[in-house]
Write a protein that binds this ligand. Structure first.
Ligand code: V47
Length: 404
């Protein structure tokens, strides 16, 4: 009989606590270095076995290797040491309250200008109605992000949070990317710290990792000029962590950035996590070209997706979790990614507007059934564990749930 308890829990500094069912928390115990035929990867495996961090050159060696199985094997040694055979998922609901955005990022198929066909904005009642549906079926989290709306005042966002908090006290509110927080500082004339404190007082539970894209000025100017630069994104998350607000991080890969720029992005995240811990999860987002201004680009292959997830696991030992967001990597590849360093499959999602297959004509109803998530996890040889936003185990009886 297998226990559903997480065998090893990662701490913020990347170390693991003792296993609850006697599994080792040492990556060396999961590595078979002799089986790695690509000799350029053996020193990397040795470093991992010795508990050492990888540097930029190691990151590039991983990208340059054609031995995808060895890359996965090394990443999985770290994943198994941190989480054993557990694979997390959550029951959540995304609300994209408006696609009206002051920015015009080339990769973004979601944004519309005021009055443009397809532009929309929800009123508060609509937000509450969606949250009510989620609460009714026993969701644990609402993930709320939107465009940089040019005329909604800061008070609207505060009212949205306090309205949700009052109506649905069980739901964790994971809301607003660093880009939106920066926008709120401009419309409220408050500092980042003051904005975050106000949001928290009104119900903000944690922050998602969106808007990071690629921390590089060249890529920034080519694809998302006008958006907050990397130092601004990192500062918002630093302040959030200092206030005790947990956040996530992303990287949007597979457009105009180089592999070296991806490795640098991961190193910047690792450095911030050292300086101001508070990141829970890295979510590598696979660029979907359909319908965007970069629609001529081919998008990522399956091998590139697997490598990106595995390399994220290896470059970020101080991040407790690596998440595959199945909307972008697909559910099938997300299942495979459990053997490439991934320990979290995100959630049921339900409606998602930001990316849709087939561009603007794709379906926004993108829902994953819990039974299917669990089946895919079990089939891959892992133990499905429902978590809440802060990675605490959820004990569930139908729509009723509580945190272990
Ligand atoms: O910030 C936009 C990205 C992000 C495209 O924190 C695109 O738990 C691919 O951040 N192809 C939003 N990606 C999604 C996001 C997220 C998702 C799931 C979980 C969490 C979390 C965060 O989507 C945006 C942007 O980086 N994005 N357009 C595109 N065409």
């Amino acid at each position: 009989m297998i226990s559903l308890d997480p065998p090893a829990m990662a701490t913020r500094d990347g170390e693991t606590t003792t296993s609850t069912i006697g599994q080792s928390s040492n990556p060396a115990d999961y590595l078979d270095i002799g089986s790695i035929s690509d000799m350029s990867l053996r020193p990397i495996a040795e470093k991992i076995a010795g508990g050492k961090r990888l540097d930029f050159a190691d990151g590039m060696a991983l990208w340059n290797s054609r031995d995808i199985f060895a890359v996965g094997h090394i990443a999985n040694a770290v994943r198994e040491a941190m989480h054993g055979r557990v694979a997390y998922y959550n029951i959540n609901r995304h609300i994209n309250y408006s696609n009206i955005c002051a920015l015009s990022c080339k990769f973004c198929e979601f944004q519309r200008k005021r009055g443009e066909e397809g532009a929309y904005e929800y009123d508060l009642e609509k937000v509450y109605q969606i949250a009510a549906e989620a609460d009714k079926i026993g969701a644990t989290e609402i993930h709320i992000v939107g465009g940089l709306h040019p005329w909604l005042p800061f008070e609207w966002y505060l009212e949205m949070l306090s309205g949700l908090r009052a109506r649905f006290p069980r739901l964790h509110l994971k809301c607003f990317t660093a880009i939106e927080i920066d926008h709120f500082t401009k419309i409220s004339k408050l500092s980042v710290r003051e904005v975050l404190i106000a949001l928290r007082e009104h119900g903000l539970g944690s922050m998602p990792g969106g808007g990071a894209e690629v921390f590089d000025d060249r890529v920034h100017d080519e694809v998302f000029k006008g958006k907050l630069r990397s130092d601004g994104w990192l500062n918002v998350h630093k302040v959030a962590h200092e206030l005790g607000i947990a956040t996530n991080a992303t990287i949007l890969y597979g457009h105009v950035e180089t592999r070296a720029e991806r490795v640098n992005h991961l190193i910047k995240l690792r450095e911030l996590q050292d300086a101001a811990p508070g990141f829970q999860t890295i979510i590598p987002l696979s660029f979907i070209p359909d319908g965007s201004e970069l629609g001529h680009l081919p998008g990522n292959t399956g091998l590139e997706d697997m490598k990106m997830l595995a390399i994220s696991r290896l470059m970020l030992p101080n991040f407790p979790h690596v998440k595959a967001f199945w909307i972008m990597q697909s559910m099938k590849l997300s299942q495979v990614s459990l053997n490439f360093g991934v320990d979290d499959l995100d959630g049921t999602v339900v409606w998602y507007d930001i990316t849709k297959r087939e561009g603007g004509h794709g379906n926004q109803h993108q829902e994953q059934d819990v039974a299917d998530i669990r089946r895919l996890v079990v089939e891959a040889g892992y133990i499905p564990v429902e978590r809440d936003t802060l990675y605490r185990r959820v004990i569930r009886n139908g729509q009723d749930w509580h945190v272990a």
